[in-house]
Design a protein around this ligand. Structure first.
Ligand code: PMP
Length: 427
């Protein structure tokens, strides 16, 4: 069956033919490809065409597809049982591996998605402080729970309006949305409402509006404000966690959040999320504390084995060096190619995660991201896909390099991009 035939068949049974909206290629047009298998950095679609993958399942596959050690660990675990619904050693081992990388984490609760990790962070922040208001930043994405699927309006302080029908206004209005990278806006807000704010949740590098670095002092201001006002600070490191050798952005910049949300790499491609923090705070969750949270498949042995094998391979000497080298090669290659083509392009990078902006400057906020030439992206996407290089089917998504990407593969992507950039550049 062709991709189109699969898609038409899928649309008869799955909403929009997909199980997560952006996979439908609505933002770039065309028919999504259906993939049969992956090996390393290469994916094979239903028509037998191969593409080099820069989506990597939106981040989890830091070792590429079907890494032999990971596949073996998953198979062995599944052979012992796919789920116990009772404690198992894998949960303990993965928790210990996470703690080795994140000194701010003393206790962990595993869940099955990033959405659940941030949702649980919110409940804990509210439950512990006895306050209801949460602060998030425009352009940060923390999953699709009611309190966090809230967009910014204009102005420094916006009372949250839901992004989707079905979210009660009474829930969304408890989420205050601030502009990213604007410490003064955060200071103003805390000066006015600080005593009612339960906590702040932030992506320490924003990975859901392209990849936007934190401005100097921004995260430090959030740490300071929350501490002074008795509120809690949660870093959503679902994307950034394990992407740098230090463990997360928090370690790299030397800032300790109260809570850390993890996902993606920690599960190596199986459904895993995690919430971690200091023992005293985390022990407020059930069964030790009153803040309720649960999950039938949380910490299931197959997911734990997948995450554990991924972290083990990742920690081998040389893996982060490879990730850094390949990330840098792509960053520099794309930047040079765009410059030669006369196309304004800014590339941001945190280890092996990159952001592309069709703009001469790196944007600092959602407003600035929206002002870049995102309209060029569909042509870039299709130009690259036609040449065998798969980028995210939506502008302003981060792109991911794995340790399985070879130097030659990245060089071929850069050559492809050079051709595509020439078609996009102003004549
Ligand atoms: N937080 C961040 C920073 C994310 O990027 C995502 C997903 N891309 C989530 C949370 C939600 O994770 P999930 O899709 O696993 O629910």
């Amino acid at each position: 069956m062709t991709n189109r035939e699969w898609y038409e068949r899928a649309c008869r049974s799955l909403v929009g033919g997909v199980n997560s909206p952006v996979r439908a290629w609505g933002a770039v047009g065309g028919t999504p490809r259906f993939f049969l298998r992956g090996r390393g950095a290469v994916l094979e679609d239903a028509e037998g065409r191969e593409v080099l993958d820069y989506v990597c399942s939106w981040g989890p596959l830091i070792l590429g597809h079907a890494c032999p050690e990971v596949v073996r660990a998953v198979g062995e675990a599944a052979g012992r049982s796919t789920s116990f619904g009772a404690p198992c050693p894998g949960e303990v081992e993965l928790a210990e591996a996470v703690k080795r990388r994140f000194p701010s984490i003393e206790k962990i609760r595993f869940v099955s998605s990033g959405t659940e990790a941030t949702m649980t962070a919110l409940r804990l922040m509210r439950g512990v402080t006895g306050r209801e208001w949460i602060v998030k930043f425009a352009g940060n994405y923390h999953g699709h729970s009611d309190s966090l699927l809230v967009a910014a309006g204009s102005g420094a302080l916006t009372f949250g309006v839901p992004t989707s029908p079905g979210i009660p206004a009474s829930v969304a209005e408890k989420t205050l949305v601030l502009p990213y990278n604007d410490p003064e806006a955060a200071e103003d807000l805390f000066a006015r409402l600080g005593k009612d704010i339960a906590g702040v949740v932030v992506e320490p590098w924003a990975g859901n509006m392209g990849l936007v670095p934190p401005a100097p002092g921004f995260l430090e201001t959030l740490r300071d404000l929350t501490a002074r006002h008795g509120a809690l600070l949660a870093f959503d490191e679902v994307i950034t966690g394990f992407r740098v050798p230090e463990g997360g952005v928090q370690q790299r910049i030397g800032l300790t959040p109260d809570l850390t949300c993890l996902g993606k790499v920690v599960g190596g491609g199986m459904p895993v999320g995690a919430l971690g923090g200091g023992a005293e705070l985390m022990d407020r969750l059930a069964p030790l504390g009153p803040v309720y949270q649960a999950g039938t498949l949380s910490g299931n042995p197959v997911s734990m084995a997948c995450g554990l094998a991924t972290l083990e391979v990742l920690e081998r000497p040389g893996t982060y060096e490879t990730l850094e080298a390949r990330g840098r090669q792509l960053e520099e290659g794309l930047s040079d190619a765009a410059r030669s083509a006369g196309l304004p392009l800014s590339v941001t990078r945190l280890g092996s995660v990159l952001g592309l902006f069709f703009s001469p400057r790196v944007p600092a906020s959602l407003e600035e991201v929206k002002a870049t030439r995102g309209d060029l992206y569909p042509a870039f996407f299709h130009g690259m896909m036609d040449r065998g290089h798969a980028f995210a089917p939506s502008a302003f998504e981060a792109l991911f390099v794995s340790s399985a990407h070879t130097e030659e593969q990245i060089a071929s992507t850069v050559r492809g991009a050079a051709e595509v950039f020439r078609t996009l550049a102003p004549q």
